[in-house]
Design a binder for this molecule. Structure first.
Ligand SMILES: [Zn+2]
Length: 285
């Protein structure tokens, strides 16, 4: 059954505001001729959201799925690292993690998290997480290539003096890169496809969607300000390109074929893949 699934799958990501710590690459020099004004409503600026924050967010969701099923997940940090907070690391190990790579002693591929995200030296993860290219012009967004509609904005915050005598005198100004009204596809490519990978991805995306206002499961660096609350959904991997595009067409609903594919996906494929996931977690470290 896994043979029917393409190695490229897509996750729909929707968020009103996203601030990623690794900063957003923009093509604003095209739009502004070097005269970028933060507040100009004519800004038509696209860019690229690097995959690092997205990857951490997804991984954390997957770790939770494994732990909910009474498995332990690979700790993301190297076990021989000189952690500044050793007690915090030990506490993580008591709370559903095993030291990174320890699972390799039991199986060649390690645990399912290690298998997907990779580890030491020559062990790339089996899932490649791509950056998301976004554009404010919907007609130029190619969802089948993992792109999104979204607007870049640079946010300015004034930090003012709290002392009454200073009359809110500005102390400094900070700038944040942000993307607003993001809606599009995150493209994941599997170097090797295993049924448990797809089941874990589907469950993690459901989990992240259901917990999208939890502080721990928001995305990026503005979580105290409501940034990074993400609605997400695994787009049915059985859809063809035409159907995938249709998901984003606000004027059109799902076709009968798409609804049939949803039934087949939920009732057959996902159930089948899920039993592989259960087995792997039960067997695993
Ligand atoms: Zn592991």
């Amino acid at each position: 059954m896994i043979d029917e699934i393409d190695r490229d799958v897509f996750v729909r990501i929707q968020t009103d505001l996203l601030v990623v710590g690794d900063s957003i690459m923009t093509d604003r020099h095209h739009a502004s001729g070097g005269n970028y004004e933060d507040t100009d409503p004519q800004n038509q600026i696209g860019g690229i959201i690097p995959a690092f924050s997205l990857s951490g967010w997804l991984r954390h969701g997957m770790e939770n799925v494994v732990q909910k099923r009474d498995g332990t997940a690979c700790h993301p940090g190297e076990s021989n690292a000189n952690f500044r907070k050793d007690d915090v690391y030990s506490r993580d190990l008591d709370a559903g993690y095993h030291p990174k790579g320890e699972c390799l002693d039991e199986a060649d591929t390690g645990c399912v998290i290690h298998d997907l995200f990779g580890g030491f030296g020559n062990r790339p993860g089996k899932v490649m997480r791509r950056p998301i290219k976004f554009s404010p012009i919907r007609s130029s967004v190619d969802y089948t290539r993992g792109q999104a509609e979204g607007h870049y904005r640079r946010l300015n915050r004034n930090i003012v003096s709290r002392n009454r005598a200073d009359d809110r005198e500005p102390l400094r100004n900070t700038e944040l890169d942000a993307v607003a009204n993001l809606d599009g596809c995150w493209h994941l490519s599997f170097r090797e496809l295993k049924p448990e990978f797809i089941a874990l991805l589907a469950e993690a995306i459901d989990y992240l969607d259901a917990h999208n206002t939890d502080f721990m499961h928001q995305l990026g660096g503005a979580r105290n300000f409501g940034g990074g609350i993400v609605n997400c959904e695994l787009i049915n991997p059985l859809y063809d390109d035409h159907e995938l595009r249709r998901v984003f067409d606000r004027g059109k609903g799902a076709t009968n074929t798409m609804n049939d594919k949803n039934d087949v996906w939920n009732e057959e494929h996902l159930n089948d893949f899920r039993s592989d996931l259960v087995e792997r977690i039960e067997d695993g470290p």
